[in-house]
Design a protein around this ligand. Structure first.
Ligand code: EPZ
Length: 426
């Protein structure tokens, strides 16, 4: 198993290429199920989760052709062809490795009239229920049955009629499943309090490019007029706003200046606002965002919220940055019940953080020192890397398979801007 060794203290400067968004790719890939024609996705990040999803798609009999660019490039082009689906079952041994597999439920149900997907189970940050996915699919005419750890969904003869659903809680995944099912329904569907994350906008833009009829894209009130069939398309995955925000924190904690090449500031208003409040200079340019931390960092209170609020996926990374800010910062994690797994590990590096339920109190500035730490979940792992970049001495981060799920060639990108970081066999 690999580990990363980081020697802190280098000021990061230069350009970091931002990859395609993991959380957009994971909902764009299952759209291939919605058409018999080829779906080509460009700018797909090279990530373990994307490989896992591709493997799952081949389980359904879908042909995938990878036309990667040169090995030293970032991202790749993949074509999915679902003209002959041989299985409608997403098996436990694949779903348990990648919970986003649940996103095949809606499109498979819409295309084939049936789908059987293993329940994804929880993960480090919470028990991650899927009740809203199931309620939304029932609301548009799906019949749902839970048995032996699987969800079995069937559509009435003649296909899903369509319907209405008012989400009691904003859910990214449940909105994605509902939208991917509704586009092929016989009638019109309406979703209220739908998630508005940029990844959902990317999904809707792809579906429209395939011939879907969707109104209210980008708002929490979506109206979808089902169509009889969808065509193939070629589509470029949006840039990863969480990867970009993560590297912004990395640059800022080292007092550096980095250009996030390809980042789209429109997706990052809340993160950029938080960074500016902390005292980081954030300049939105034509092809990316320039981050510069010349002055002192200031303590700032932050609370995560559904888009356009501050992304929960940015909480851990900003917490690391706030360890170096002057004063006391209060963070509130409103989305997941257990998303402070990074706190004990940061404490081992000298951080002064107290957690009480969903609130974390961060006191700074503290002198961070290198230590041997353990990654627990994707974004927690990144918060340890960020702290290590500013820590005195050497940090070893183990279980970095968590990182490989969400950050394409992390150490190469950080080496590009002067970080002293290397991947070694553990
Ligand atoms: C997506 O997860 C992202 N994953 C997560 O990113 C992200 O943290 C999350 O959205 C919130 O933005 C992908 O896109 C693959 P939710 P998802 O449904 O869809 C509750 C990362 O680090 N809920 O919006 O699973 C749920 O428990 C990952 O890249 C229900 O109660 O999140 C949570 O408290 C981590 N019932 C809240 O809603 C349901 O049926 C938001 O979850 C579904 C969710």
């Amino acid at each position: 198993m690999d580990k990363l060794i980081i020697r802190g203290g280098n000021r990061l400067s230069g350009k970091i290429p931002i990859s395609g968004a993991k959380n957009a790719a994971l909902t764009l890939i299952p759209c291939a199920l919605l058409t018999e024609e080829p779906l080509t996705l460009r700018n797909l990040p090279r990530l373990a989760d994307i490989d896992g999803f591709q493997h799952l798609m081949t389980q359904f009999g879908i042909a995938t052709g990878i036309r990667g660019k040169r090995p030293e490039d970032f991202g790749r082009v993949v074509t999915f062809e679902a003209n002959h689906i041989t299985s409608t079952v997403a098996p436990y041994d694949l779903v348990r490795k990648m919970r986003a597999s649940i996103l095949v439920l809606g499109p498979m149900l819409a295309r084939m009239g049936e789908a059987k997907v293993s329940l994804p189970g929880g993960c480090a940050i919470g028990n991650r229920p899927i009740d809203l996915h199931l309620k939304a699919l029932e609301a548009i005419g799906g019949e749902i049955e839970l048995a032996q750890g699987y969800v079995k969904a069937t559509a009435p003869d003649g296909g899903l009629p369509g319907g209405e659903f008012d989400f009691p809680v904003v859910s990214v995944g449940a909105t994605e499943n509902a939208v991917m099912a509704a586009v092929l329904a016989n009638g019109t569907s309406r979703f209220f309090n739908a998630a508005r994350e940029p990844e959902i906008v990317d999904l809707c833009n792809l579906l429209v490019a395939m011939g879907a009829e969707i109104e209210g894209i980008g708002t929490s009130d979506l109206t979808i007029h089902g169509v009889r069939k969808l065509n193939g398309a070629t589509y470029k995955v949006m840039p990863d706003r969480i990867e970009a925000g993560s590297y912004a924190c990395a640059a800022a904690i080292t007092g550096g200046e980095v250009f996030l090449d390809g980042a789209d500031a429109r997706d990052m208003q809340s993160t950029n606002h938080a960074l500016r409040n902390i005292g980081v200079e954030v300049t939105e340019e034509k092809n990316g965002i320039r981050i510069a931390a010349n002055g002192p960092l200031k303590a700032t209170n932050l609370s995560t919220a559904p888009f356009p609020g501050l992304a929960t996926d940015m909480q851990a990374q900003l917490m690391s940055l706030l360890c170096k800010a002057e004063g006391t910062s209060v963070l509130k994690e409103t989305i997941f019940e257990n998303r402070y797994m990074h706190v004990p590990e940061l404490a081992r590096m000298g951080a002064d953080i107290e957690t009480e339920g969903r609130t974390a109190i961060v006191k700074g500035p503290v002198g961070l020192t290198g230590a041997e730490v353990m990654a627990t979940d994707l974004r927690a792992s990144m918060s340890l890397i960020i702290a290590a970049l500013a820590a005195e001495g050497e940090t070893q981060v183990r279980r970095i398979y968590h990182l490989d799920r969400g950050y394409e060639r992390l150490e190469e990108k950080l080496q590009l801007v002067g970080a002293d970081i290397e991947r070694v066999d553990d």
